[in-house]
Ligand binder design. Structure first.
Ligand SMILES: C[S@@+](CC[C@H](N)C(=O)[O-])C[C@H]1O[C@@H](n2cnc3c(N)ncnc32)[C@H](O)[C@@H]1O
Length: 255
């Protein structure tokens, strides 16, 4: 987690105190430079480990990307991982959806200047995501717990996978139960970030405010409710903040 998160959150103290009083949330726009700081964070956890560690976790994915598949990053933010993949796998098509167009606009501009024509971004509120059997691989990086309707998004992702498709969800490593996190070395930091950002931005959209520490137990049960029948988790050495879920429908031959 980049050190720049701390001053960013400190600047939000006043508005957050008001949220505690009113019970409401905040829009993304109220957080100065959030997408820039977030992109620095996910550059460290996702982009740097993409080809050596993350893609190889999904059996057969690299070969399918080389052959040519359609990929979605749901809640892509800056979308740096998509662009890295688009460069490496020219036969595949990469799509990023995010609520906030200012998150991905700089990346979109640079990718057009570079002449990359296999990566696309679109401003979308994913609370009503419904594109049945359109994608072969869907990823979300630290994006589900912030959503307006996380369960609706997971339901939509399950429907959006083609037969044999795979969903990779990176989200915060922790338990859904406070008492299990007492010895979590990053627990205080993660709960603080949850209060200062993740919970208010979901509440601000009328969402449930699951927060950063929604936890692996709840994540598993929501993935199951969405229809995923095989859910495996990985912890990666370079990224103590997150757990990586690999979810498929067994019924259609997913891995
Ligand atoms: C914590 S950031 C992660 C961004 C990016 N995946 C990364 O790792 O850098 C969560 C992202 O979810 C997006 N988001 C939140 N609510 C959303 C919604 N209702 N529909 C679509 N995207 C949403 C935010 O705009 C934000 O970019």
């Amino acid at each position: 987690m980049t050190a720049r998160f701390i001053p960013l959150m400190a600047r939000m103290e006043g508005p957050i105190m008001n949220c505690f009083r009113s019970g409401g949330g905040l829009p993304y726009d109220d957080y100065p430079c959030f997408h820039e700081v977030m992109a620095e964070d996910s550059f460290q956890t996702v982009v740097c480990a993409l080809f050596d560690t993350i893609i190889p976790m999904v059996p057969g994915l690299e070969a399918r990307l080389e052959q040519g598949i359609r990929v979605l990053d749901a809640g892509c933010g800056r979308g740096l991982a998509l662009v890295e993949m688009a460069r490496r796998f020219p036969n595949s098509e990469f799509i990023g959806y995010d609520l906030c167009p200012d998150a991905f606009e700089p990346t979109l501009r640079r990718s057009r200047e570079e002449g990359l024509d296999n990566v696309h971004f679109e401003a979308r509120d994913l609370r009503d995501f419904d594109e049945p059997e359109r994608f072969d691989f869907i990823a979300s990086f630290d994006a589900v717990h912030d959503q307006a309707d996380p369960q609706a998004l997971l339901d939509g992702i399950a429907r959006a996978l083609r037969p044999g498709g795979v969903y990779l969800m990176q989200d915060i490593a922790g338990s859904s139960h406070l008492e299990n996190n007492l010895d979590h070395p990053l627990g205080p930091l993660l709960y603080a970030i949850s209060c200062m950002h993740c919970t208010p931005v979901s509440l601000g959209q009328g969402g449930p405010g699951l927060g950063t520490m929604w936890g692996e137990e709840l994540a598993r049960s929501m993935l199951g409710a969405a229809g995923f029948t095989s859910i495996r988790t990985h912890k990666l050495e370079h990224d103590p903040f997150n757990v990586y879920f690999i979810a498929t429908h067994d019924r259609d031959g997913g891995q």
